[in-house]
Unconditional design. Structure first.
Length: 209
């Protein structure tokens, strides 16, 4: 009887564990464009006798799969991260500095690849080990661990409420945790390539890598 009870518990747990990767796969295959507001909380670990601390920022996010997305940070400082299909642009308004990198080499094992640029679940598996996580806080979770050994990224958890992306939890190799919470998510909008164009300000310092 005890073995039967354990078996029943294991069977009943399968849907909760299986939901994460299924949600990720459905999101990648069924959501070609998207838009949402986001709040990001970055927590820095305790170090050198100092207590752990955190900072909060907010802004908007848009993407057009498989090669275009943008994060526009509005508070507390204005910053932009824009992928136009060829170049990944990072613009810091306060520093008046723009960094440009080749997009193809910059996005492989990054959180952006998970939610915005992946063409399929199989394509993600070239750069990540994908595993299930149990449902938590009403969300279905999937975990992605980069395959590269010398990367700063340790793991990424992606949370879905139904078909909508709601959370992204990023842990780096230094113990820093970043949690992005998305709200007002809109899927499959008409977004053309012009929405992801970026032109560096004429007065900004431009750094190409």
């Amino acid at each position: 009887m005890r073995q039967i009870a354990i078996l029943l518990i294991a069977i009943s747990a399968v849907p909760a564990w299986a939901a994460g990767l299924k949600s990720l796969e459905s999101f990648i295959s069924g959501t070609k464009t998207g838009r949402a507001a986001f709040t990001q909380v970055v927590t820095f670990p305790a170090r050198d006798g100092q207590a752990a601390r955190s900072k909060t920022s907010s802004g908007s996010f848009e993407f057009a799969r498989p090669s275009r997305f943008k994060f526009i940070y509005q508070k507390p400082f204005e910053q932009s991260i824009v992928a136009d299909g060829q170049t990944l642009w990072l613009y810091d308004l306060d520093l008046n500095q723009v960094t440009a990198r080749k997009q193809a080499s910059a996005l492989g094992s990054t959180p952006a690849a998970l939610i915005a640029s992946a063409a399929s679940l199989q394509a993600l598996e070239a750069d990540f080990v994908l595993t299930e996580a149990p449902s938590q806080d009403g969300l279905a979770w999937a975990v992605a661990t980069p395959k590269g050994r010398d990367l700063q990224l340790q793991s990424v958890r992606v949370g879905f409420r139904g078909a909508a992306l709601e959370k992204l939890e990023i842990l780096d190799s230094f113990g820093q945790k970043s949690v992005l919470t998305f709200s007002g998510f809109q899927a499959n909008l008409v977004l053309n390539a012009a929405a992801f164009e970026f032109k560096p300000p004429a007065t900004a310092d431009l750094i190409r890598q």
